[in-house]
Every structure is written in structure tokens, then in C-alpha cells.
Design a protein around this ligand. Sequence first.
Ligand SMILES: NC(=O)c1ccc[n+]([C@@H]2O[C@H](COP(=O)([O-])OP(=O)(O)OC[C@H]3O[C@@H](n4cnc5c(N)ncnc54)[C@H](OP(=O)(O)O)[C@@H]3O)[C@@H](O)[C@H]2O)c1
Length: 301
Amino acid sequence: MLGHRTTTLRFGARRAGTALYLRPRDTSPELGGAMTRGRTHDRHTQGQGQEALAGKVALITGASSGIGAAAARVFAREGARVVLVARREERIAQLAAELRAGGAQASHTTGDVRSPADAERAVTRTVETYGRLDVAFNNAGAGGDLMPLHLTEDASYDLVMDTNVRGVWNCLRHEIRAMIESGGGSIVNTSSVAGLVASRVPAPYIAAKHAVIGLTKAAAVEYAGSGIRVNAIAPGLTRSEMVEDWFARVPGQEARSKASAPQNRMAEPEEVAEAVAWLCSDRASFVTGATMPVDGGRTTW
Ligand SMILES: NC(=O)c1ccc[n+]([C@@H]2O[C@H](COP(=O)([O-])OP(=O)(O)OC[C@H]3O[C@@H](n4cnc5c(N)ncnc54)[C@H](OP(=O)(O)O)[C@@H]3O)[C@@H](O)[C@H]2O)c1
């Protein structure tokens, strides 16, 4: 079951730019009709301080730590109203409170992405709270057991596929429904370099992250005509609790993992979140069906 807390501190005043072209949904009743939104392109102000996600309503799954939590901070900084989803309520409640204390609009709703009902409720609550859904970052994921393929338990396979693939499936369907109703939107799914190449991570994880890219392409093609862009990111090694724990348990793994990419280091979660924010924004208006590596060059050699 989903729990829900919502607190709205302020409706941030967004800088209005001069609209060079407007699409029908650029004029939002919530914004008083006259205020330009992030979707309104202004070639004179873009990249010169205007918030990339100004006025957007964004749903982020897997927001309780790592890349998802970083995305919540980056999206809020870029002017989005954010709804945070994960199972650990205390974490997302604290993060939402932190964002509100910083002047953003943020709420949270606990949920397990493996549950179709939870996914539906997260989208419904977002629309009930903020009136629409413009942006979704389907980021919740699970890595699985580091075991040879033939020794991996079915339960481990199921956990990885259910979280990474069915989780994206569950969320996508309801997000798309909401976005069709409001005239369009942008979705980013978290794949991995393991969705592009096989590496020394569990086989079910590699299969799952390849499937995320397949779902991303299918949805991009199917809903381009509805004004919905669907893209994926393929992060490389990124600092997270899971990765830190792995390094602590396996001597020498940190150096080996870092050396697998030309930049020879691990990303901070914020570096991945920045790429996601761009993909979600109207600055990426002609990008759909793409998978963007954010990997320090890992998949180039
Ligand atoms: N770190 C890397 O090197 C790396 C590289 C490539 C791709 N990725 C991908 O990036 C995404 C984020 O991972 P991370 O690195 O930031 O690790 P993380 O800190 O462990 O984050 C995983 C997030 O997913 C959530 N989650 C897991 N199972 C869930 C479920 N059933 N329902 C709802 N939420 C669930 C977790 O929250 P709760 O436990 O609170 O539910 C947590 O917020 C994942 O999809 C991962 O596969 C990570």
C-alpha cells in the first residue's frame, strides 16, 4: 500500500521568457495562463540561467538514495515540482522536507514499483496533488546476486526482472495515460552500461537493463505522435550505497571498476542526474528513443 504526505510551501515564481513558439499545452491554467513554462523555448534565454524544468511536474522512482535522490535535488533546483517514490518512507519524507525547506514544491508517496497498483497510485497521487504529470524518471532498480548464471536462484532472477523491467512497465503505462491527458511529456528510464554491453555483473541484470532499452524504444515510437518523448540513460559506475558496499566486500574491485572507463573514476550521482534533467527538459525536444551513456567513456572502448 502507498502512504502519502503532501506539503506545499510555495509555488515558485518562474522567470517568464519571450516565447518564440508555443505549443497548445504551453499555456497552463495553474500558471495563470500567461506565464511561460519550461516547455516554451526562448532561444535568447536558454542556457543563460532559465531553469530547465520550470513549472514541470515530475515523478521520480527510486528517489530514496543514489541517482534518484540526486535527481530529486537537481529537478527541484531546475524548477520542477517533484513527487518522490520509493519503499523507504523515512528517506523520501526527509528528502521531500529538505527540498521544501529549500523553497521547492515536493511531496512523497511510498510504493513498490513491482506492484501495478502502487505504480498507478503514484501517478494518480501526482496528478491529484499538482494537477498534471509532465516528467517521469523511472529509476528504481535492483542489482541482484553476484553469482555465476548457472548458480543464480530463480528468486534472484525474478527480483531483478520484476524491479527493473516490470517496474518500468508498471510505471510507464500510467505515466503515459496521464501525459496523453495533458498533451505530452517526457519520460526517462534508467538502464545501465549493462543494457548496452555485457560485463561482470549478474546476467539477469544485464538482461533486464537491455529490456529497459527495448521498452524505451517501443514507447518512444508508439507515443511520439502524442507529444511524449521516451529516452533511457545508461549510467556507468556511479557512487551509491550498493556500489560502496560492493567495494568494501571485494578487495581491489574499486580500482578495477574505475579502470574500466577512460575517465578512470566513478561518477557522482549528481553527474547522472544532470543528464537526466536535460533529457527531461524541452532542451532535448528532438531526442526520443535514445539511450544516453553517462559512463565516463566506458562503452567507447
Ligand atoms: N550505481 C551504479 O553504478 C549504477 C550504474 C548503472 C545503472 N544504475 C541504476 O541506477 C538506478 C539507481 O540506482 P543507484 O545506483 O542510485 O542505487 P541505489 O542507491 O541502491 O538506489 C536504488 C533505488 O531504487 C529503489 N528501489 C529498489 N527497489 C524498489 C522497488 N521494488 N520499488 C520502489 N523502489 C525501489 C530504492 O529505494 P527503496 O529501497 O527505498 O525502495 C532506491 O531508491 C538503478 O536502476 C540502477 O540499476 C546504477
